[in-house]
Design a protein around this ligand. Structure first.
Ligand code: FAD
Ligand code: 2HG
Ligand code: ZN
Length: 475
């Protein structure tokens, strides 16, 4: 027989302390609403365990009482993955108190951290040990490494260092039956059968709760130069990328694109971040070069590649940041585009991945099709061009109309964009994940064989469907 909610809460209080079982409506509220304010759920409680054993004990108690669990990190996810459903029969497990850096091994170039360590704290801990942790994204001040791994987060340094998956060497995970899987080994090679670690990365909490991870570290580059470059078209942006790839190879550490409408939105909501380049350029690209030799070496490289690009016409204007403050401003420009979008109102998000060579065709076709149906829409197209990842976001004609436009046209516009993605062999989620936002598209996108395999894995690990049910894959 299952416990009543009251008795369950009492047992949870005994397990982790009464002050860490949050039930008061005002205190519970932040755990029930996602960052975009698109998803709101209900929960019996939000639980704040302080260590892996407490997470395991909570899971065992929940399973015994058929209570579903929603893991939550910094709650900055874009797809509603960390928000409970509306049943009121779930608990949220927040990882925020699992916030210890357990070990740094500078000789092995690894850091072992608990899941609730904030990404920026991890970057700072690495820097304090004279190392570099490259994962970087706009939400780094509040997202947590457990959330980054669970969404296989990308961000702005993927083209050089890879996404969260590629930066992870080992995990500690509480499984859906409460057992603790410990593979916290800092090994770069380990061929001992199935790779269990990779199952949990990008699983968005649907297969277990990540409680700790071993992450890779790197040497700190001695110099970095950042430039903002205007380009006449998406085709020009791709040519520019190819020139930087050919000229700078592994020294190319950032290549981010913003369309004119993205820049206009940025200027409207954050005038101090208006582009320093003259005119309304169809696209502006932020390029970063890092160097292990010298500042002069990096600058020479940047200048010579830009010279060639200006001559060829794929760049029409460029400015190289003259100091750290200006470089920071260029990055702030890029990172504030999603914040400007949030200020503006809801937008139809498409976090798409495409072969880089197909990006100009994708942009031209989608822009033309959408504008022929909705002439005044704003297409806020920006993203990680160096990874083939566009945030091809569509907003209504004005801020006042965004809510109406969003509710009326989301499905139609998403279908059109996703059809184009499929035609070009792309993916409907490059880095944000599936959550509840895209769960109904997964079967069609992955195809029958892959979808059935995913269902089998889910059923094998979580036979009672209690670990973040309804996210990523429906049973
Ligand atoms: P949450 O939002 O709390 O959770 C995300 C998912 O992971 C949920 O399904 C949740 O159940 C699950 N989860 C969380 N922690 C655990 C755990 N310990 N074990 C198991 N499951 C868990 N994303 C990018 O990839 N690239 C970007 O450039 C980027 N930029 C962003 C900029 C802004 C301004 C914002 C608001 C978001 C951005 N994001 C970006 C999205 C988001 O920050 C990332 O998805 C981030 O990795 C989520 O981490 P989190 O700790 O907030 O996770
Ligand atoms: C970014 O790259 C984030 O800025 C957010 O992934 C993208 O809001 C978005 O669509
Ligand atoms: Zn992004």
């Amino acid at each position: 027989m299952s416990l009543s909610d009251q008795d369950l809460i009492k047992e949870l209080q005994q397990l982790i302390g009464a002050e860490h079982v949050i039930t008061a409506p005002a205190d519970l509220e932040p755990y029930l609403l996602d960052w975009r304010k698109r998803y709101r759920g209900q929960a019996i409680a939000a639980l704040r365990p302080s260590n892996t054993q407490e997470v395991s004990a909570i899971v065992k108690l929940c399973v015994a009482n058929h209570i579903a669990i929603v893991p939550q990190g910094g709650n900055t996810g874009m797809c509603g993955g960390a928000t409970p459903n509306s049943s009121g029969r779930q608990v949220v497990i927040s990882l925020q108190r699992l916030n210890q850096v357990r070990a740094i091994d500078t000789s092995n170039q690894t850091i072992t951290v608990e899941a609730g360590v904030i990404l920026q704290t991890l970057q700072e801990a690495a820097a304090a040990a004279d190392c570099y942790f490259p994962l970087s994204l706009g939400a780094e001040g509040s997202c947590m490494i457990g959330g980054n791994l669970s969404t296989n987060a990308g961000g702005t340094s993927v083209l050089r260092y890879g996404n969260a998956r590629e930066l992870c060497l080992g995990l500690e995970v509480v499984l859906p039956n409460g057992e603790i899987l410990n593979s916290l080994r800092g090994l770069r090679k380990d061929n001992t059968g199935y790779d269990l670690r990779d199952l949990f990365i990008g699983a968005e909490g649907s297969l277990g709760i990540i409680t700790a991870a071993v992450m890779k570290l790197f040497p700190i580059p001695v110099a970095q130069w950042t430039a903002l470059v205007a380009t006449p078209s998406a085709e020009g942006a791709v040519e520019l990328l190819n020139r930087f790839q050919a000229g700078a190879s592994a020294q190319l550490t950032g290549f981010e694109m913003m369309s004119d409408e993205s820049l206009a939105l940025l200027k409207h909501y954050y005038p101090a971040l208006a582009s320093p380049l003259a005119g309304n350029n169809p696209y502006e690209v932020l390029v970063e070069i890092s160097d292990y030799e010298s500042s002069e070496h990096a600058m020479q490289l940047m200048e010579s590649i830009l010279e060639g690009a200006l001559e060829s016409g794929c760049a029409s204007d460029a400015v190289i940041a003259s100091n750290l403050a200006q470089a920071r401003k260029f990055w702030d420009m890029r990172e504030h585009v999603p914040l400007a979008q949030a200020d503006d109102g809801p937008n139809i998000k498409h976090d798409v991945s495409l072969p880089i060579s197909a990006i100009p065709q994708f942009v031209d076709t989608c822009n033309a099709m959408l504008r022929s149906k909705h002439p005044n829409i704003r297409i806020i197209n920006y993203g990680h061009l160096g990874d083939g990842n566009l945030h091809y976001n569509v907003a209504g004609p004005s801020s006042a109309e965004t809510e109406h436009f969003f509710t009326t046209y989301s499905k139609e516009i998403q279908a059109l964009v996703y059809a184009e993605v499929e035609k070009l062999n792309g993916s409907i989620s490059a880095e944000h994940g599936v959550g509840q936002q895209k769960v109904d598209y997964i079967e069609g996108h992955r195809g029958e064989v892959a979808f059935n395999l995913m269902q089998s894995i889910k059923k094998a690990l979580d036979p009672y469907n209690l670990m973040n049910p309804g996210k990523v894959i429906k049973l």
